[in-house]
Write a protein that binds this ligand. Structure first.
Ligand SMILES: [Zn+2]
Length: 289
C-alpha cells in the first residue's frame, strides 16, 4: 500500500514537473551534414537553399538570443541569428506575403528586444513572439532557467513589439506542460484560461504554439480539435521540422517550424534546412492534422 501511494505521488509529480524542450532528434546524416556545412560558402548555401526550399514557406522556432560567442540549445548567438536571417532572405525574392517566419517561444525579454530591433530592419519577415500570458504578467521563471535566469518580457515590451506591422504575439499556454500528459478536461481548461489571459492582455488570439510541439509525441489531434473549436480562424504552430506550402496557411491549420539549436552555426542550420526540405519534398509529412 505504501509503495502504491509513493508511486502515485511520484506519478503525479512527474506529470506536473516542467521539463526543458528535448534536444533535436539525432539523425544519422546529422554529423556529416554539420561537418560539411563548415566548408560551404554563403554563395553555395544560398544556391542550395533556393533549390531545396523552392517555393515553400519556412518558419523557425527559437527561444532566446544573446550577444555571446557560443550558444546552447536555448540561446542563439545574436550574430549567428542575424547571419541566418540574412542568408535565408537572400535565397529567395519576396512576394506579396512573407515566406519566412521567425518565431520565439516562451516570452523571453532578450527575444522581444531582438524582434523590436530587427522587425523594422527586415520588414519582409514575419516575426512571432509566443508567450505564456500568466508567466509574462507575473514575470515568473521557467524551472529550467539557471542563474542568471533569462528574464521574461514585461507586458509593455510585448505590446510595443505587437504594434510593429510585421510582428504578432501568440499564446503558448500558461502552464507550459507537455499536452499529451493532460486529460481532455485539463487541456480544455488550460486553453480557455490562457486564451482569456492572452485576450485580456493583448487582444485577439490569432496564433497558438504548442509547448514542446512534436506532433503525435507531445500533442495529438484531440488538442488540435479543442483549439480549433475555440479559435476557428487561428493558426496553430508545431515544431515539426519541415517547410510548408503557402496554401497550407489557412484558418485552423497546424503549421510546422524548424527548431533552431543555438549550438549550431548559421551555416549548419541552413544546410540542415536544405536536407529536411528535400526529404519533405520527396516523402511528404507523416503527420495528418
Ligand atoms: Zn516553450
Amino acid at each position: 500500500m505504501k509503495t502504491n501511494v509513493a508511486e502515485m505521488v511520484e506519478a503525479v509529480q512527474s506529470r506536473l514537473t516542467e521539463v526543458p524542450p528535448p534536444s533535436m532528434p539525432r539523425h544519422p546524416l546529422e554529423a556529416p551534414l554539420l561537418e560539411l556545412a563548415q566548408h560551404l560558402s554563403d554563395t553555395q548555401l544560398r544556391a542550395l537553399l533556393g533549390f531545396c526550399v523552392g517555393g515553400h514557406n519556412l518558419a523557425l522556432c527559437l527561444h532566446r538570443v544573446a550577444r555571446v560567442e557560443r550558444g546552447n540549445w536555448l540561446i542563439t548567438p545574436e550574430a549567428q541569428l542575424d547571419a541566418l536571417v540574412e542568408l535565408l532572405r537572400s535565397a529567395r525574392s519576396t512576394g506579396p506575403r512573407p515566406w519566412l517566419t521567425v518565431a520565439f517561444d516562451d516570452g523571453y525579454d532578450d527575444a522581444a528586444q531582438y524582434v523590436l530591433s530587427r522587425a523594422p530592419r527586415y520588414p519582409d519577415v514575419e516575426w512571432l513572439l509566443f508567450v505564456c500570458p500568466e508567466k509574462n504578467e507575473k514575470r515568473l521563471q521557467f524551472h529550467w532557467d539557471v542563474e542568471p535566469a533569462g528574464a521574461l518580457a514585461d507586458i509593455a515590451t510585448l505590446k510595443a513589439a505587437a504594434r510593429l506591422p510585421n510582428v504578432s504575439l501568440g499564446n503558448h499556454t500558461n502552464s507550459h506542460q507537455r499536452q499529451i500528459l493532460l486529460t481532455q478536461e485539463e487541456a480544455d481548461a488550460e486553453y480557455k484560461s490562457s486564451r482569456a489571459d492572452f485576450m485580456r492582455l493583448f487582444g485577439r488570439q490569432r496564433h497558438f504554439a504548442f509547448p514542446f510541439g512534436t506532433p503525435d509525441r507531445e500533442y495529438e489531434l484531440r488538442h488540435v480539435q479543442l483549439l480549433r473549436e475555440l479559435e476557428p480562424e487561428g493558426l496553430i504552430w508545431s515544431t515539426e521540422s519541415r517547410p510548408f506550402d503557402p496554401d497550407e496557411r489557412k484558418s485552423g491549420a497546424v503549421l510546422p517550424r524548424f527548431p533552431v539549436d543555438g549550438e549550431w552555426t548559421y551555416a549548419q542550420v541552413a544546410l540542415w534546412i536544405c536536407a529536411i526540405s528535400v526529404r519533405y519534398r520527396l516523402r511528404g509529412s507523416p503527420y495528418q492534422y
